[in-house]
Design a protein around this ligand. Structure first.
Ligand SMILES: Cc1ncc(C[n+]2csc(CCOP(=O)(O)OP(=O)(O)O)c2C)c(N)n1
Length: 320
């Protein structure tokens, strides 16, 4: 059974997207002020993250990549503990030892963030194998980029997951860019979903800037994985609106391309739909904006007040 986004779900998805955007914009601002180290944001990709994560169940496990903040926040992570982690403070989810690029949150089922591009694919495939061997109920969801899909790890993982019937939802966030290289330079086709065909894996591409469309597609895909016990590849077609990392002036990007995608911003589009259908008023929207801004201000204050880990803990919880 799959359900489309219901009437009262959309405002909640919208608020999550606003919170993610506010969180990442705060990191950009704080990093420009020298308070926070620069990191990779997923500004412009909020609908892709929120739509998929909201389609999951509590037992499902997530493995993600270097643009993981949106996945974590949509899964319910506390922005204060996330910011503390990015700032290397002991109140962070990994006691400040992972930063943004390796964060995991066991209690939310977020197994890991991989900054080794493509590593999340082979590790997620292994986690799905373990889930089956241990008789665990949840499916595994793996977020990766179009750049990762150009690596051998993608093809090996899909092949093995198909041959071994592993319950895994691969989610390719095709955001058009692979660091400073456009995907046109590394792929003959526009869609990573096409690459699932030879592995006998069902696949679909969805408009990654439409949160309701992503939610519905992810619900259908997750239901198929649960019913079949087999992999599925969902491609969310979206855009990385900011640079590869912070700071990055994006001088290598055609301004017309940026403008075209800015006109399809997922949050603005969702807001327009909510306002047009009467599910949100302009004053409610302003109140929501204030709410998320004050949540992020509290989060930053919390993170800044947290101490760095003690020197004596330097090697605890660190495996490599
Ligand atoms: C194995 C490996 N090669 C190269 C890098 C450097 N690197 C970090 S992110 C990135 C681009 C990845 O592109 P994509 O998978 O499309 O993800 P996106 O950054 O677009 O979200 C590269 C090349 C790395 N971290 N790991």
């Amino acid at each position: 059974m799959t359900r489309p986004a219901s009437e009262n779900e959309l405002p909640q998805l919208y608020e999550q997207m606003l919170l993610i955007r506010a969180y990442e914009e705060k990191i950009v601002e704080a990093s420009a002020a020298g308070k926070v180290p620069g990191t990779c944001t997923s500004v412009g990709q909020e609908a892709a993250a929120v739509g998929v994560v909201n389609a999951l169940g509590g037992d499902d496990l997530i493995l993600t990549n270097h643009r993981s903040a949106a996945h974590l926040i949509a899964r319910g992570a506390d922005p204060g503990r996330l910011l503390a982690e990015v700032m290397g403070r002991s109140a962070g989810y990994c006691q400040g030892k992972s930063g943004s690029l390796h964060i995991s949150v066991k209690e939310l089922g977020v197994v890991l963030t991989s900054t080794i591009v493509g590593a999340e694919l082979s590790l997620a495939t292994g986690v799905a194998l373990a889930q089956g061997m241990l008789g665990k109920p949840g499916i595994v969801v793996c977020f990766f980029g179009d750049g990762a899909a150009c690596e051998g790890a993608f093809h090996e993982s899909l092949n093995l997951a198909s041959v071994w019937n592993l319950p895994i939802l691969y989610v390719c966030e095709n955001n058009q860019w692979q660091a400073f290289v456009h995907r046109r330079e590394t792929m003959r086709r526009d869609h990573v979903a096409d690459w699932a065909v030879p592995y006998d894996i069902p696949a679909r591409t969805v408009d990654g800037n439409n949160v309701e469309a992503v939610l519905a597609a992810a619900r259908a895909a997750a239901a198929e994985v649960r019913a079949s016990g087999r992999p599925f590849l969902l491609e969310t077609y979206t855009y990385r609106s900011r640079g590869h990392f912070e700071p990055d002036d994006q001088a290598y990007v055609d301004p017309a391309e940026r403008a075209a995608w800015a006109a399809r911003d997922p949050i603005a589009a969702c807001r327009d739909r909510l306002l047009a259908s009467g599910r949100l008023t302009a004053s409610q929207d302003a109140a929501l904006a204030d709410k998320v801004q004050s949540r992020i201000a509290v989060a930053l204050a919390f993170a800044e007040a947290s101490p760095y880990p003690a020197l004596s803990e330097m090697t605890t919880d660190v495996y490599a």
